[in-house]
Write a protein that binds this ligand. Structure first.
Ligand SMILES: [Zn+2]
Length: 261
């Protein structure tokens, strides 16, 4: 675990290793606000931090298990409100039916009670815009800190040039959400997996340009009569171990399918 201080922001970063795969995941704490709770697999390291931090409330960027895994512990032990976008409230109340590989990778996610977010949120020193930004998940939000001009992006970014996608993700929705966040005046982008990115605006613009190019390519190949499988083979010929590991819940075919839907 790395604890990184960035001005008055604290980032707790964890390295998750499983079956030859490695992924970083972070939770952020600023001005009494905890942004995401981390996966239950990291409980032993997270709980001492949560006991140490004076948490007034929790905002979840979305319902996925690596962001909400310790929400139940917080609810039972800290008695603070936990907020999520209104379309995510139900998934928090219910047990999450996770594919086996995700259960093994991040751990289970116990149900908990979440409250719906509005468009704006106040902490003692800051005003936050809550921006609905679907594409990675239907309930995904990002948080814009007006005073700092920082954008907490959850899983909207994660990487610049994805060559594979989850079945529940959508390239056209991610494109719209990236365009939407670029209408906010941020420079620093703070990602749940890639960490703090000081030149975040440029990084987000680059990702948007990459996805727009992929979208154009897919659409024109489709117009030329090529099948989804053929398009996938031409644009993304290589498979990633993650594709097999996830039993194709993660696959390049979902990039093509989501564009042609
Ligand atoms: Zn996610």
């Amino acid at each position: 675990m790395n604890i990184i201080s960035y001005d008055d922001l604290v980032q707790a970063e964890f390295i998750n290793k499983f079956a030859g795969r490695q992924l970083l995941v972070s939770v952020y704490f600023i001005d009494g606000l905890l942004i995401d709770t981390g996966p239950s697999k990291m409980n032993e390291k997270l709980i001492p931090l949560f006991n140490d931090w004076k948490i007034n409330e929790v905002i979840l960027t979305h319902h996925h298990e690596d962001h909400t895994g310790t929400a139940r512990w917080i609810q039972d032990n800290k008695k603070v409100p936990i907020y999520i976008h209104e379309t995510g409230v139900n998934s928090c109340n219910n047990r999450m039916k996770l594919p086996f590989y995700r259960k093994m990778f991040w751990g289970e996610r116990a149900p908990f009670e979440a409250q719906p977010l509005g468009n704006k949120f106040k902490t003692p020193n800051y005003t936050w815009d809550i921006i609905h930004s679907p594409g990675h998940s239907h309930d995904h939000i990002v948080l814009f800190n007006r005073e700092k001009k920082w954008l907490f992006g959850g899983d909207l970014y994660v990487q610049s040039r994805p060559r594979s996608l989850f079945a529940f993700e959508s390239i056209p929705e991610i494109i719209s959400s990236l365009r939407l966040i670029l209408t906010y005046d941020f420079e620093t982008y703070i990602c749940s997996h890639a960490g703090i990115i000081p030149n975040g605006r440029k990084v987000i613009k680059d990702k948007l340009a990459y996805l727009e190019k992929i979208q154009q390519a897919v659409l024109s190949m489709h117009e030329n009569g090529k099948s989804n499988r053929k398009i996938r083979k031409e644009l993304f010929p290589k498979s990633h171990p993650m594709n097999y590991f996830s039993l194709f819940e993660n696959s390049p075919i979902h990039i093509v399918n989501s564009i042609l839907k």
